[in-house]
Design a protein around this ligand. Structure first.
Ligand code: HEM
Length: 60
């Protein structure tokens, strides 16, 4: 994989880590934001996790 591909896998990995932290924090209501953001960003996380996996696995 070229340098751009590797960078993208790393960037999506960091985005996923931040989104998982956000999801657990809002799901447990440690972080008080409108719950619609938990539902919306949960779906965004599904998509970014799939992109991360496809890039890392198929594009390596
Ligand atoms: C990877 C994505 C997600 C993670 C890691 C996550 C995590 C969590 C966690 C840790 C809780 C608290 C559970 C508890 O304390 O018993 C929770 C609650 C909840 N989540 Fe998620 N969630 C995700 C995605 C979603 C999505 C996509 C939806 C809906 C579209 C959703 C809807 C809810 C609802 C309705 C609750 C219950 C809140 C309450 O009334 O206390 N979650 N989630």
């Amino acid at each position: 994989m070229n340098g751009l591909g590797k960078s993208l896998v790393i960037i999506f990995g960091i985005i996923n880590l931040l989104l998982v932290i956000f999801q657990v924090s809002t799901g447990k209501r440690w972080l008080k934001v409108n719950f619609k953001w938990h539902r919306r960003l949960g779906v965004v996380l599904l998509i970014t996790a799939i992109i991360h996996a496809v890039l890392a696995d198929l594009a390596l």
